[in-house]
Design a protein around this ligand. Structure first.
Ligand SMILES: O=C(O)CCC(=O)C(=O)O
Ligand SMILES: [Fe+2]
Length: 299
């Protein structure tokens, strides 16, 4: 495998591998992702069963029930489970992480046309490591991959990245609320941390393209203002020796490792005490917040 992406990732904080999957491969994964979406839609609210999680939102933007995210769908989809630890993935990851690799996140992100909750404000993913103390070398041997399952550009809210600033540590962006709520216009917030808004690069990806970024790369994405969804599969990998207590094996000594009998703690810290299944009352949407305020005012 050509290792241009290794140099680019270190230099710029992101790298795009064009045509990572061929047309037939990406078509198959897209079909499987539709099955995951359909499963999520069966739930009236966000739902957790161990690491499997569906975020379900009644989105006022398009007046529909949307599933903006599914986590660890590999537990219910054998095709996607194999693809998270495919030889092609190993060939991309091994030059960066070595032969022993664990996986921390396995997510599908859908942006439904017209949805209100389809944007992600600029942030660094290291913010979502709730136990950073359990990882070593977060700046170097932890990375995320985003697989485009359909065409994505500015119109349907493709990923945006800021090259270079990944070397500067954690900068604290978007901390005044959730990343899917608040003001999308972050010009002054970016300037405050020394980033000129003109440095933001809008990615355009064809189905089967793969983008890599680090936990310190500043990134986000705009709303979907098109009539097409945007389907991105995000997987997060770490060098196994840097994460003895978190994550599922993906590759051990270069060999692909399937999910075992019992899930390991990845991002959901309450896995052992509170495995579910249960529904989760969302509290982060504007609508949930104002309903809560009304309830409080009534008592
Ligand atoms: O789906 C996207 O466009 C970005 C999501 C993201 O950055 C995140 O969940 O941390
Ligand atoms: Fe992110």
């Amino acid at each position: 495998m050509d290792t241009k992406h290794v140099v680019e990732l270190r230099e710029n904080g992101y790298a795009v591998i064009r045509g990572f999957l061929d047309k037939a491969e990406v078509a198959e994964l897209q079909r499987e992702s539709e099955r995951v979406y359909a499963e999520g839609l069966k739930h009236h609210a966000s739902y957790r069963d161990k690491n499997l999680y569906f975020e379900v939102v009644n989105d006022p933007g398009n007046g529909r029930r949307n599933v903006p995210q599914a986590h660890w769908f590999s537990w219910i989809n054998p095709v996607l489970e194999k693809s998270r630890r495919s030889q092609k993935r190993f060939d991309v990851l091994a030059p960066l992480l070595g032969p022993d690799i664990k996986q921390i996140a396995n997510q599908l992100h859908w942006k439904a046309p017209g949805g209100k909750y389809t944007y992600y404000r600029m942030h660094q993913d290291v913010r979502f490591r709730t136990r950073p103390d359990l990882f070593a070398n977060l700046d170097r041997y932890s990375l995320n991959t985003g697989l485009a399952l359909n065409r994505q550009d500015a119109s349907n809210g493709a990923l945006k990245v800021v090259p270079g600033h990944h070397r500067r540590g954690y900068l604290g962006l978007s901390e005044d609320g959730g990343i899917m709520v608040g003001n999308v216009e972050q010009g002054s917030e970016l300037r405050q941390v020394g980033v000129d808004p003109s440095e933001v690069v809008q990615l355009e990806m064809e189905p089967g393209d793969l983008v890599l970024w680090t936990l310190y790369t500043i990134h986000g994405s705009g709303p979907n203002i098109s009539t097409e969804p945007r389907i991105l599969q995000i997987d997060s990998y770490v060098r196994a020796e840097d994460s003895p207590d978190r994550g599922e094996w993906a590759f051990r000594d270069g060999r692909s490792v399937p999910l075992g009998d019992e899930p390991q703690i990845c991002k959901y810290e309450q896995l052992r005490e509170n495995p579910g299944p249960f529904y989760v009352e969302d509290t982060w949407t504007d609508e949930a917040k104002s309903a809560d305020a009304r309830r409080k005012a009534a008592v």
